[in-house]
Design a protein around this ligand. Structure first.
Ligand code: BT5
Length: 239
């Protein structure tokens, strides 16, 4: 059961790092780490995650179980979809998912997912700006980031949100284990901020330009490139 135990901290460097230290616990699978503040919150590729005190959700969930087939690659879509569904279940705004891991409300980033693999275990990091005041965002994300409070006009209760998230993520993980990853991708496609758009994608070394047309079974992005070729981008960034 996801969230069977929640370890709460006032301040950590990163909840993913704290979770990493707990992997050997016998009850590690499903265990969650929650912090009120992160001093070194992380995004992908060494980027930082702005984590001011008490205003956001900074959560990591340990998954120490066997996933077959494409399921490990679909953890990020499942974790993102659970967040979008939790927001809406709690009468929040509609959440788009920008491939591969951004949660978008009204065109701005409200949250992000960071999946890390350590040996045979995974840590799902979930960062969501619940009650963050947009005027406090650092310059580099001001205008590009938002919070649920700013978009909905109400205060979001961290514990209520987390409980909803656990139930939804648990449900989606059961789907993944049952081989229904395609269903998750269909649901992501329906709320994708990416599909149907002309985009520039970089996957580290290379850049591509074209129309994002769909997903492969492993969650990679299918791009109808400007030179007419169909390209499969495993992971990367939409510019
Ligand atoms: C992400 O990375 O979007 C994944 C963020 C995951 C954060 C959670 S918090 C709990 C757990 N513990 C951690 O240490 N991390 C996870 P990425 O796609 O690389 O996006 C990072 C970029 O988003 C930054 O370079 C900024 O441009 C932007 N950004 C940083 N903080 C933000 C915030 N609070 N709200 C919106 N955008 C932000």
């Amino acid at each position: 059961m996801i969230g069977h135990t929640v370890l709460r901290f006032e301040e950590v460097s990163s909840t993913n790092d704290r979770a990493k230290e707990l992997l050997e616990r016998p009850d590690a699978d499903g265990l969650a780490v929650l912090a009120l503040c992160q001093t070194k919150g992380r995004g992908r590729l060494g980027r930082s995650w702005f984590s001011p005190d008490s205003s956001g959700l900074y959560l990591s969930i340990i998954l120490k179980r066997t996933f077959g087939g494409n399921a490990p690659m679909l953890l990020c879509p499942a974790a993102s979809l659970a967040a979008a569904l939790a927001v809406e279940k709690l009468s929040g705004p509609y959440v788009y998912i920008k491939w591969p891991n951004d949660l978008i409300v009204n065109g701005k980033k409200v949250g992000g997912i960071l999946i890390e693999q350590i040996g045979g275990a995974y840590i799902a990091g979930i960062g969501i700006n619940l009650n963050t005041d947009p005027s406090g965002f650092p310059e580099d994300i001001k205008g590009k980031a938002t919070s649920l409070m700013a978009e909905s006009g109400k205060i979001w209760d961290r514990d209520v949100f987390m409980k909803e998230y656990f139930a939804l993520f648990d449900h989606l993980l059961s789907k993944l284990s049952g081989g229904a990853g395609g269903e998750i991708l269909e649901m992501i496609k329906a709320r994708s901020f990416t599909i149907g758009k002309i985009v520039d994608v970089s996957d580290g070394g290379r850049s591509f330009h074209g129309e994002a047309v769909g997903f492969e079974g492993d969650g990679s992005l299918l791009l109808n490139a400007s030179d007419g070729k169909m390209i499969n981008v495993k992971s990367g960034e939409i510019k």
